[in-house]
Each structure stands twice: as C-alpha cells, then as structure tokens.
Design a protein around this ligand. Structure first.
Ligand code: ATP
Ligand code: MG
Length: 392
C-alpha cells in the first residue's frame, strides 16, 4: 500500500487548451507547496488526474496543510493504492479502509466505483454491489444509504486501484500563474495582504511594492512587511518585493502642499510609482487593500482622486467589505497576528488632524503643481534606489 493524495480540482475552467495550462500551473504550485514540507514527494498526472505520492512515513497534517495553500485544489483525498487489481484484494482493502477510518460503525455508506479499463471482469454496478456486500458482512451495524450516505467509498480501477473516502477541502480558486501578473501595494496593515491573497486566488501572480520612510518608519516595520509577504507567498509562490524609499517625496509634499491634502497627494504618488514598477516588471494591474469609507483617503471622492493617476486597472478586492469581514479572512490566512504588530506606518506619520474627506480633483491637481520643481527627480531617484527582496 502506497501513500498517495488524489487532488480534486474544479472542472469548470477546464476547456480545451485551458485545461492543459490549468493543470501545468496546478502541478507547479503543488510542487512549490510540497517543497516547503521537507517531505520527499512526486507529483504525477495520469488520466486527467493529479496525484501526490509521499513515503509511507510522512506527516499527513503537514502535507494536507501545504496542499490547502494551493489555489485550484477543491479536495484532497488520502488514497490507498493497490497495485494488484485482484477483486478479492479490493474487497479486503475496502473492509480494512472502513475499519481503520471509521471506528464507530453505526454509519451509512455507499460504494461508488469507476472502471477506466473496460477489460476489467466486473462492471462498476457489480463492483459497487459486491464490495458493498463484503462491507455489510464484515460489520453488522453498518447500513447502506444510496441517497445520503455518511461515507462515500470511492473505488477507481485504472492502471492501479485507488480506494478513498475522505475528501479534505482545499482552498478553491484557480492556480496561480494562469491569470497574468499584478503589482500589490503591500503595507504592514491588515487589508493589503488579504487583497493580495484574494487576487492570487483568482490565478494571478503577485509582485509587491512597499513604501518605506526611514527614519520615520523603522527596520522593524519593513521586516513586518517582509514577514507578511512571506505568509502570502505560501499561497502565491515567490514574491518579488520592491522596497521604495519614500521619505524625500513625503517630506517634499509635506513642505509644499496643504496638509489636509497630504494623504491624497501621497497616495497619488504611491500609485504612480507602483505603476511605473509594474510596467517595468510586466505586471498588468495594481492591487490595493482599499475599502470604501474605511478612512478619509478611501471615500468615493478620495478614490476618484487616487484612481485618476492610474492608467492600468486597479484591483480593489476589498472595496465592499466591512473591516470585520477582512479581519476574518486575515485570521484564516494567518496574516492577522503579524499585521497587528504595532509598528509605525508611513501613511500615519505625516497625516493631518483633519484630512479632506471630499477632495476635489481640480484642487488636488492644482496643488500638485507646487511640486513641479523637484518631484520628477525625487520620483526617479526613488525608482533608481528600488531595493528588491525575493520572498519565498
Ligand atoms: P492596510 O491595512 O492594507 O495598510 P489601510 O486600511 O491602512 O490598509 P491606507 O493606509 O489608506 O489603508 O492604505 C490603503 C492601501 O494603500 C493599502 O491597502 C495598501 O494597498 C496601500 N498602501 C498604503 N500604505 C502603503 C505602503 N506604505 N506601502 C505600500 N502600499 C501601501
Ligand atoms: Mg495601512
């Protein structure tokens, strides 16, 4: 008996050539996730299925946790594999499977078999009936329920025989690498890691940019962002994190522009710079953790002003979410504990006591002209000094 996990994935995206790309990406992401477990493994594709083989001695929790980080997987099934397709052996293994996995036999079950080889001496109806019979004989309390069984025992006869009944839920979504690449504006807060997670879940590769303002923001604040990127990278694969020194730009805006407009103008420069890096790294869109009305810089009017500088689409997956809903996801994906560490954020250091909540675009643009003298040079300098950290 070998130890194998059968990977179930949603068939919905699997049309024509897409199916091939989808499976390639899924296999690549499974390999990436499995490497993190330190277990030996092989990933196989056979007859439209994906299998992960591991040694007899392995930690099921570690393997399942790793696979639960791979978007595209809807179910993870620990499978018992028989290399011999002798029918008596299948019955015996099925009885043993029920015995080992369900200590309480006061349950209902149904056998669901599939026979990929038509030369097998029994058809699937016969297999269902005969294996069912063997199980009923072995355990007097157990009953059959074909409509709503507690246990659905799958038997698949292909080149070898697979027996399984447990389907552990996967994260769903689409494999990363099938949906292009986008640039995440990643701060140390709660929202942006969740936003990156959500877009990656739709198959999009993620790079990230963090705006750092030393000495106003510390090395620890930067490390926190690296740590968050690392947690997110368990789902996405390696993240290229660009750290941009934003201090001079921020100071310049602070000197030249009305303080109640500071946040908006700063955010417009963040978007411009992120967009420039995105273009240079073949990212087709930006991602932010913005949500309408959460803070002054996220009212509809403020978002209009921020968006105006963007020439590429900006994905804001949290736009209609309540904070509590975002927190719930961040706890589930385990970024929350890191996000709430109390290190300063460059957006909070220079914020005005009363930031505008209904900025007017024409007024903002007029005040931005006061930066004309030096801002291009400062932006270019920040881009030139981009520090790239590869997080995995
Ligand atoms: P978060 O919890 O993601 O920090 P927030 O509620 O603090 O969000 P803002 O500070 O207004 O909201 O930031 C809105 C979005 O802008 C963030 O979700 C993030 O995508 C981006 N952002 C803010 N600050 C930075 C930064 N220092 N570096 C990179 N991106 C940032
Ligand atoms: Mg923030």
């Amino acid at each position: 008996m070998a130890h194998t996990y059968l990977i179930k994935y949603a068939e919905i995206a699997l049309k024509g050539k897409n199916r091939y790309l989808f499976e390639e990406a899924l296999v690549r992401q499974i390999r990436y996730a499995m490497k993190r477990t330190g277990e030996e493994f092989t990933v196989r594709r056979a007859q439209g299925r994906i299998y992960v083989d591991v040694p007899e001695e392995h930690d099921e929790d570690d393997v399942v946790t790793a696979l639960q980080h791979v978007f595209g997987i809807v179910g993870i099934c620990p499978v018992e594999k028989l290399t011999d397709d002798d029918f008596a052996g299948i019955c015996e293994a099925s009885v043993r499977h029920i015995d080992e996995n369900y200590p309480d036999k006061n349950i209902t079950f149904k056998v669901e078999s599939r026979r990929a080889r038509k030369d097998y001496p029994k058809n699937s109806m016969e297999i269902n009936a005969d294996v069912g019979e063997a199980i009923l004989e072995a355990f007097p309390e157990i009953r059959v329920d074909v409509h709503d069984p507690d246990v659905l025992l799958y038997i698949e006869i292909r080149e070898d025989v697979s027996i399984y009944s447990r389907v552990i839920p996967g994260p769903g979504g689409i494999p990363v690498g099938t949906g292009g690449k986008a640039m995440l504006l990643l701060s140390g807060g709660i929202d942006s890691p969740v936003a990156g997670y959500m877009i990656a879940k739709r198959g999009v590769n993620i790079d990230a940019v963090y705006f750092h303002a030393p000495p106003y923001t510390s090395e620890r604040a930067k490390q926190k962002v690296v740590d968050l990127a690392k947690i997110v990278s368990a789902y996405t694969g390696p993240i290229y994190l660009h750290v941009i020194n934003f201090t001079d730009i921020q100071m310049y805006i602070y000197d030249k522009c009305p303080h109640d407009e500071l946040t908006i103008i700063m955010r417009r420069y963040m978007m411009r710079i992120a967009q420039q890096i995105a273009r240079d790294t073949e990212c087709a869109a930006l991602i932010t953790g913005e949500s309408i009305g959460q803070v002054a810089s996220q009212t509809t009017q403020s978002l209009v002003c921020t968006d105006e500088v963007c020439e590429m689409p900006v994905f804001r997956p949290l736009i209609g979410f309540d904070k509590s809903e975002i927190v719930e996801i961040s706890k589930r994906i385990e970024t929350f504990e890191t996000s709430i560490l109390p290190y300063e954020d460059c957006c909070t250091i220079f914020v005005a006591k009363h930031p505008v909540t209904k900025p007017r675009l024409d007024v903002i643009k007029k005040h931005e002209h006061d930066l004309d003298e030096d801002i291009d040079r400062l932006v270019q300098k920040a881009l030139d000094e981009d520090e790239l950290i590869i997080v995995r």
